[in-house]
Ligand binder design. Structure first.
Ligand code: ATP
Length: 235
């Protein structure tokens, strides 16, 4: 097991955003968390990344408790988050944005190779490598945000709504890329509003509703589940 979240609760002041959530991610899997707006999905990712402290519960990563660690240490240990809304650095070039992703790495030779791998996976980033990242389209910025996270050479990548606001053609490409990332050996925890697409590529999924997990199963089983279809797949 690469990641194990145990009885996690997170509050914002008096708001209980996450209420005793437990789930796990095995090495090599794509696991998705689905659920309506405000269900607590982003809060869980931010807590795993160390950006928010939980009220209670444990997060075990690769056998170590990380819920009290600083986010810098969590990134260095192999967890990389691609935030909702991408948050690329405008004013920096595409290449400089990727360099920010590799900032904590010390393995120079492998880092060099990884730029090549990212440019092969995202040819558009190679074409625009010296361009201000702010000039990229939404889909291209999403690719840059994913490329930047991959430049940290993560064991586990956390994707927060990667398809949000993208044109359909980019959406399909993003889901293909997520599968390619898995094939390359990186474990994926994926949060998506687009439950149909997320479940279609996920090995397993968990359904969150107002801060609690209400259902879990393989991607296939959840796709076929009548309640999931009614609530999250448009009937
Ligand atoms: P979305 O898809 O809209 O991001 P989500 O499932 O990721 O939804 P969260 O963003 O984790 O949900 O929000 C969970 C709950 O916590 C919601 O009730 C939300 O209003 C609340 N919340 C989120 N961020 C904050 C914050 N910074 N301060 C106060 N409440 C917050």
């Amino acid at each position: 097991m690469l990641l194990e979240v145990q009885d996690l609760s997170v509050n914002y002041g008096v708001i209980q955003a996450v209420k005793g959530v437990s789930f796990n991610v095995n090495a090599g899997e794509i696991v998705t968390l689905i659920g309506a707006n405000g269900a607590g999905k982003s809060t869980i990712l931010h807590t795993i990344s160390g950006l928010i402290r939980p009220k209670s519960g444990k997060i075990m990563y690769d056998g170590t408790e990380i819920q009290k660690e600083k986010s810098q240490k969590i990134v260095a240990s192999g967890i990389s988050q691609v935030p909702e809304g991408r948050h690329i650095f405008p004013g920096l070039t595409v290449l400089e944005n990727l360099q920010m992703g590799a900032y904590l790495r010390k393995d120079r030779e492998q880092t060099k190779k990884d730029y090549q791998t990212v440019f092969e996976r995202f040819p558009v980033l190679a074409e625009r490598k010296n361009q201000d990242a702010a000039t990229l389209s939404g889909g291209e910025q999403q690719m840059l945000a994913m490329g930047r996270a991959l430049m940290a050479a993560p064991k586990l990548i956390l994707l927060d709504e990667p398809s949000m606001g993208l044109a359909p053609i980019f959406i399909n490409e993003i889901f293909d890329i997520i599968q390619a990332i898995q094939k390359n050996g990186t474990t994926v925890l994926l949060i998506e509003q687009n439950a149909a697409k997320a479940l279609a590529i996920a090995d397993r999924g968990y359904v969150l509703s107002v801060g609690k997990i209400v259902l879990s199963g393989t991607g296939k089983a959840l796709l076929a589940n009548k309640d999931v279809q009614k609530a999250y797949l448009g009937g």
